[in-house]
Design a protein around this ligand. Sequence first.
Ligand SMILES: C[S@@+](CC[C@H](N)C(=O)[O-])C[C@H]1O[C@@H](n2cnc3c(N)ncnc32)[C@H](O)[C@@H]1O
Length: 230
Amino acid sequence: MANTPAQPAQPAQPEHSLKPAHVYASQRDWPAYFQVVAGKPPRETLLDALRRFDAEGLPRPDATPPLAIDLGCGEGRDTAELLRRGWKVIAIDAHPDAVRRLKARPDLTHPERLEIRERPFEGLQLPAAILVNASFALPFCPPDHFDALWAAILTALPPASRFAGQLFGDRDDWAAIPDRTHHTIDQARALLADFDIEHFQEEEDDGKDALSNPKHWHRFDVVARRKGTA
Ligand SMILES: C[S@@+](CC[C@H](N)C(=O)[O-])C[C@H]1O[C@@H](n2cnc3c(N)ncnc32)[C@H](O)[C@@H]1O
């Protein structure tokens, strides 16, 4: 019988079950995420913002569609809803698989109103828009670039426009990852100083991420209207 090299002892549990939550997230597998969330409905923060625009008569049926920017659009659950509801959309994401999946969505209506930009948050410039939507995306901007990204969002938004999306809190498991941007509640509110806050919900619980890894969540769901009149 041929000699076989000694095998290292196997751990009692699969290696992945021993890793802290932030290790899974730092090795984020975006294509797996896009696969898991495929077919999910639009985010509640987007729907809240759209209800408020509806109440203000936007989009107007007889006028040019208003522009929304969907930052970190992923596979497009929010972009598809914006298009369906009459908006023009600039959908931005750095991942080519996000762009590929967005283009291939079976529910994608009015592609003539959609512009896709495959770009990172780092160094991003934004045109003026009536809505900047950033669902579960901003914490993935590295801290060195977050201030510039937030400044670009503020510059893009005129009076009476809206921001919708999430900021992640300082007690979230992923706050331990060096290239992520998390905020205390005071910091989150300070970012919104030039807005009238319409919805600000702090969520904190033990749960799972989209890939079913255990995770302590701490986040702020936000819908806010830029101060001033249109
Ligand atoms: C958690 S997903 C959210 C996707 C979508 N908005 C949703 O609600 O399902 C975060 C998205 O941010 C994108 N992303 C992560 N880091 C990025 C970066 N530095 N620049 C641009 N996009 C980034 C990812 O490709 C991913 O699509």
